[in-house]
Design a protein around this ligand. Structure first.
Ligand code: KG4
Ligand code: ZN
Length: 338
């Protein structure tokens, strides 16, 4: 048997400082995540300058903890993998700087990883039998992409959002109905108490671009509904708004994904990104796949939101394909996929 390949992975693109040790892209020995949510909550969203500072405070400690938990040393690592984009530039730079320092000091190859490729690869950890090709819906706070995974490291973006990302819509609507940041988990929870058919919110689709998404119209429809209620002095049900909004997002995400699967004849469907934690989306996508006889894959919730294990999974496949970066690796906030 070939020798195991063990990588140290680092992620700092947004508001989680994370490090992990991953073997052969699929076996997670440690997955340490220091979340900054409690700080950003005060401001109702991620404050980039604060995120960078907190990453600097935490990064060494998180990396150390990942190695100790995995019972490995830097010597045992075959490579250092790090997210270098897309994301907040100041936040990315902290992870990239730390990875370069380790790569230089410990004489380990450096592999820069695309954050979205990481989200998609979380599915490899959760599902040891999953191999490309497959279709993956990536829905997070910053992205809503429908991606055709042709092979390891080979991606074709079939659809993307024209305006807000799905997670961004969850966060904005949550704020409008008085829930804190991040809004997704709170809307998810509250939806269970509401009626998803109570309010007919729009399901947008774009002519000539059937796999693209648009969530700004839905967000405006929710805001208009709330304003109308306030102007008429009518009490609205927070739970009904949450449930009806969530159902509208889920319907669009599932319908677009099923349409792409059908048109491109892809019988394996996966979901990824923070919004893939959503109970309504997980259930609806699973049911839609079952109905059509497609295999369905989803990471456990902790691997859906930002983490470094997913970067280790993607980084492993990059590494075995020969991807290497030099010490001139820089953060690329608008890095494109594929
Ligand atoms: O993947 P992620 O951690 O960060 C980005 O790369 O953006 O995603 C964070 C996003 C936030 O917008 C959050 O509200 C959303 O994922 N989210 C959810 C749920 N959990 C997190 N959205 C809907 N339902 C959830 N349960
Ligand atoms: Zn992410």
């Amino acid at each position: 048997m070939d020798k195991d390949i063990t990588v140290l992975a680092i992620e700092s693109s947004c508001d989680e400082t994370a490090a992990a040790v991953v073997v052969n892209g699929r076996q997670v020995l440690s997955n340490i995540i220091a979340s900054q949510i409690d700080i950003h909550k005060i401001y109702g969203g991620v404050v980039p300058e604060i995120a960078s500072r907190k990453h600097i405070e935490k990064i060494n400690q998180v990396i150390e903890e990942a190695l100790v938990t995995a019972d490995r040393t830097l010597e045992d690592m075959d490579a250092v993998c790090v997210t270098y984009g897309p994301g907040l530039v100041g936040a990315l730079l902290v992870g990239v700087g730390a990875a370069k320092a380790i790569s230089y000091a410990a004489h380990k190859p450096l592999v820069g990883v695309h954050h979205i490729e990481g989200h998609i690869s979380a599915n490899y950890i959760a599902n040891p039998d999953l191999e490309p090709p497959f279709l993956c819906l990536v829905a997070s706070g910053g992205h809503s992409h429908l991606v055709r995974v042709r092979d390891y490291g080979e991606y074709e973006i079939l659809g993307r959002t024209r305006d807000d990302a799905a997670g961004e819509a969850f966060d904005k609507v949550a704020r409008a109905i008085g829930l804190g940041y991040p809004g997704g988990p709170q809307i998810d929870r509250l939806s269970g108490e509401g009626n998803p058919d109570a309010i007919a919110f729009p399901r947008a689709s774009i002519e000539d671009a059937p796999y693209d998404f648009s969530f700004s119209g839905l967000k405006s429809a929710v805001l208009n509904y709330l304003n109308e209620c306030r102007m008429k002095g009518v009490e609205y049900s927070q739970a009904d708004v949450a449930a009806s909004f969530q159902q509208a997002v889920v319907d669009v995400l599932v319908n677009h994904t099923m349409l792409a699967a059908e048109n491109f004849d892809i019988k394996k469907v996966a979901i990824a990104g923070g919004v893939a934690c959503n109970g309504g989306l997980r259930a609806a996508m699973e049911a839609a796949c079952r109905e059509r006889g497609y295999a369905f894959y989803m990471p456990t919730p902790i691997l859906c939101t930002d983490n470094a294990a997913m970067i280790g999974a993607a980084g492993y496949y990059d590494f075995v394909r020969g991807v290497r970066h030099g010490l001139d690796l820089n953060a690329v906030p608008g890095l494109k996929l594929g």
